[in-house]
Design a protein around this ligand. Structure first.
Ligand code: AMP
Length: 277
C-alpha cells in the first residue's frame, strides 16, 4: 500500500494509473477504522482496479470543538488494517494540507439539510460538502463509497454530484452492526462496556418502528418509540420518520421511500442510526 500526505504526490501517482486505464474507487473516512469501513473498502475492491481510502478528521464539519477533540485517532492501527486487507492507496493529509486557508465557500443543500443532522449540527453539511468536493477533485475516482449509516450525508453527496456534475458514481453500502444491533461506529470505542450493551436499544427501537409500520400510524409509532427509549441513561436528540426524497418528516408510509432515524447520546457519546422501511 502506498501512503500519501501530500495532494501533489497522490495526484501524480493516480494520474499515471488513470492514464493506463485503471478504474479508481474512493472510500472517504475519518479513521478509527472498524468493520463497517472495511466493508466499504471491500466493495470498492470488487468494483475497481485501485482502491483509495482517505483518512481525514475534517474540522470544518464539526460544529462542536469538544467533539472534534475527542474524536478517536488511530492512524497506525488504521494503516495496518488497510495494508492487511490489500487497500492500494491511503491518503492521510494534515489539516494544513487540506486547508492552507480557512474556506470561505458555502455550500447549502436546501430542504435536504433542514432536518436531523443538518438541524442538530449547524454548518455540518457545508463542511462535509467542501471536504468531499476536495477529495473528489484530488482523487478523481470513478466511484465513491458511502455508508447508509450516514443516510442524510450520502443523500446530500448524491445531490452535490448532481448539482456540480461530478462524473462519479456514488455507491451506498449497508450498515454493519455489532451483535446487539448497535451500528458500528468509530465513536463506539468511547462507550463503556455497559453503555455499549445498553446502546442496542437504538436498533431495537428502530426495528420496532419498522415492524409497526403496516399496522399503526407513524405518529403513534413515534410516540411509542420515544416511550421505549426514554431512560435516564439516554439523551434523545431526535427520532424521526422522514421521506427519503425530501428528508422532511412524513406521516405517510411509502414503501422503500420512508426511513426512521435516531440520534441520541449515551454516556456522552453521540450515536446515530436508521432503517429504511
Ligand atoms: P466515518 O469515518 O464515520 O466518517 O465513516 C466513513 C464512511 O463509513 C461513511 O460513509 C460512513 O457512512 C461509513 N460507515 C460508518 N459506519 C458504518 C457502518 N457501521 N456500516 C457501514 N458503513 C459505515
Amino acid at each position: 500500500m502506498k501512503t500519501f500526505e501530500s495532494i501533489q504526490n497522490i495526484r501524480a501517482h493516480l494520474s499515471t494509473l488513470k492514464h493506463s486505464g485503471k478504474h479508481i474507487g474512493l472510500v472517504p473516512t475519518m479513521g478509527a477504522l472498524h468493520n463497517g469501513h472495511l466493508s466499504l473498502i471491500e466493495k470498492s475492491q470488487q468494483q475497481n482496479d485501485i482502491t483509495v481510502c482517505s483518512i481525514f478528521v475534517n474540522p470544518t464539519q464539526f460544529n462542536d470543538l469538544k467533539d472534534l477533540e475527542k474524536y478517536p485517532k488511530t492512524i497506525d492501527a488504521d494503516s495496518k488494517l488497510l495494508q492487511d486487507i490489500g487497500c492500494d492507496v491511503l491518503f492521510s493529509p494534515q489539516v494544513s494540507e487540506m486547508y492552507p486557508d480557512d474556506p470561505t465557500i458555502k455550500l447549502s443543500f436546501g430542504e435536504l439539510e433542514s432536518t436531523m443532522e443538518g438541524a442538530s449540527r449547524p454548518g455540518h453539511f457545508n463542511g462535509v460538502g467542501i471536504v468531499i468536493s476536495k477529495l473528489f477533485n484530488i482523487v478523481q475516482p470513478n466511484k465513491a463509497y458511502f455508508g447508509q449509516k450516514d443516510l442524510q450525508q450520502v443523500t446530500i453527496i448524491k445531490n452535490l454530484v448532481k448539482q456540480l456534475n461530478y462524473p462519479i458514481e456514488i455507491i451506498t453500502c449497508p450498515i454493519l452492526r455489532e451483535e446487539n444491533g448497535l451500528a458500528m461506529s468509530s465513536r463506539n470505542t468511547r462507550l463503556s462496556a455497559d453503555d455499549r450493551a445498553f446502546a442496542g436499544i437504538i436498533f431495537e427501537t428502530l426495528s420496532f418502528c419498522m415492524q409497526s409500520v403496516e399496522t399503526d400510524s407513524i405518529q403513534h409509532i413515534l410516540q411509542k418509540a420515544t416511550g421505549r427509549l426514554e431512560n435516564s441513561r439516554i439523551n434523545i436528540e431526535y427520532i424521526s420518520c422522514i421521506n427519503l426524497e425530501t428528508f422532511q418528516p412524513t406521516s405517510n408510509y411509502i414503501k422503500t421511500k420512508t426511513a426512521f432515524c435516531i440520534a441520541a447520546q449515551i454516556g456522552g457519546v453521540r450515536l446515530i442510526d436508521n432503517v429504511i422501511v
